[in-house]
Design a protein around this ligand. Structure first.
Ligand code: PRP
Length: 192
């Protein structure tokens, strides 16, 4: 049952945040975002693959609010720096760009986690160069004590303890993304 490849629950050590805590956090973030972009068109840019669930759940929560953005467009880009390993390679690779043009638009980047900050810093620079009307970032999990670059995060969800976290989109060797909660893995499972 400890086979990593199938995202086995037997490999889970501790549940950090329940599905209910994640949902409550997303509602809080959505309320702040809806208020800040009230009456304005907003482009939500999810960063695959980790931010798949948070992006969709956040967009739904914003859309449910009547006092939010005048228009909500969604797009995704895909980057990777961890590959199949638990440590960052330090090199951010753009695997899929946006299809929407973002010049002149209000853009909100949505990330599952900010750790050393290299990924978000890379994306902010990439998108800022395209001339958006505004550019902000929303992050579900933050590890501020791990930063290698000082990158702004306008909307923060949860403070993440210093552990390798999986679930709700976050993976180890592509497994565990499907878990509805956020959890740490047993140290014996992490082999790199
Ligand atoms: C993860 C996560 C962030 C990034 C954060 O992506 O989704 O994009 O790492 O780490 P950093 O702040 O140290 O740069 P990963 O490269 O694991 O790809 P994935 O989203 O497809 O799992």
């Amino acid at each position: 049952m400890d086979d990593v490849s199938d995202g086995s629950r037997g490999a889970i050590e501790t549940q950090l945040f329940s599905a209910e805590e994640i949902a409550a956090t997303i509602e809080r973030l959505a309320a702040a975002i809806a208020a800040d972009y009230r009456g304005k068109p907003l482009v939500i840019l999810g960063v695959l693959k980790g931010a798949l669930f948070i992006t969709i759940d956040l967009a739904r929560a914003i859309a449910r609010r009547e006092d939010g953005p005048s228009e909500l467009l969604m797009d995704f880009l895909c980057v990777s720096s961890y590959g199949n390993r638990s440590r960052s390679s330090g090199e951010v690779r753009l695997l899929k760009d946006t299809s929407l043009l973002i010049a002149g638009r209000h853009v909100l980047l949505v990330e599952d986690i900010v750790d050393n900050g290299l990924t978000l810093d890379y994306l902010r620079r990439l998108l800022a160069a395209r001339g958006p009307a505004s550019l902000r970032a929303c992050v579900l999990l933050d590890k501020p004590y791990r930063r290698m670059v000082d990158v702004p995060v306008e909307y923060r969800g949860l403070h993440c303890p210093d552990a390798f976290v999986v679930g709700y989109g976050l993976d180890y060797q592509e497994g565990f993304r499907n878990l509805p909660y956020l959890a740490t893995l047993r140290p014996t499972v992490i082999t790199d």
